[in-house]
Design a protein around this ligand. Structure first.
Ligand code: THU
Length: 133
C-alpha cells in the first residue's frame, strides 16, 4: 500500500472518531478498514450503560465490511487521543485474527504520531480456526 493510501485511511478514521458514542468513558475512537476491493469502511466506538455491550471502533468497521460481503482486509487504521498511538484491545485483536489475518494495523494519535504493526505481530500464537483442526 502507498503512503497516500495510509494517509487517506487514517483521515477516514479521524472523521469516524467524531461520531463516537462514548458517554461513559469519554474516550472517542475512530477506525477505518481498506478492503481488497478498494472500499473503505469506517467505525467508531459505541458504548452502552451495560458496559460489556460496548463495541470498539475497530470491530464496528470490520463488521460493517464483512457484512457488506468483503472478504479481504488489507489495512486497519485506528485513531484516538493520547501521547502515543493507541493499540487495539485484546478482543479486537482476536477479531482481527479471524477476519483480517493478513492486515496491517496503523495506529495514530490526533497529532499524527503513528505506529504500524501486522495483525500477526499484535496477536502471536493466536487461537484460531486452525487450532481446532
Ligand atoms: N476502545 C476502542 O474503540 N478501541 C480500542 O482498541 C480500545 C478501546 C473504546 C472502547 C470504549 O468505548 C473506550 O474505548 C474505552 O475503553
Amino acid at each position: 500500500m502507498t503512503e497516500r493510501e495510509v494517509d487517506a485511511l487514517v483521515s477516514c478514521a479521524m472523521q469516524a472518531r467524531e461520531k463516537a458514542y462514548a458517554p461513559y468513558s469519554g474516550f472517542s475512537v475512530g477506525a477505518a478498514v481498506l478492503t481488497g476491493s478498494g472500499e473503505i469502511y469506517t467505525g467508531c466506538n459505541i458504548e452502552n450503560a451495560s458496559y460489556g455491550a460496548t463495541c470498539c471502533a475497530e470491530r464496528v468497521a470490520l463488521f460493517k465490511a464483512i457484512s457488506q460481503g468483503e472478504s479481504e482486509i488489507l489495512m486497519i487504521a485506528v485513531v484516538a487521543e493520547g501521547e502515543e498511538a493507541v493499540p487495539p484491545c485484546g478482543i479486537c485483536r482476536q477479531v482481527m485474527i479471524e477476519l483480517a489475518p493478513q492486515a496491517v494495523v496503523v495506529m495514530s494519535n490526533l497529532e499524527g504520531k503513528r505506529e504500524r504493526w501486522t495483525v500477526q505481530e499484535l496477536l502471536p500464537n493466536a487461537f484460531a480456526k486452525s487450532s481446532m483442526e
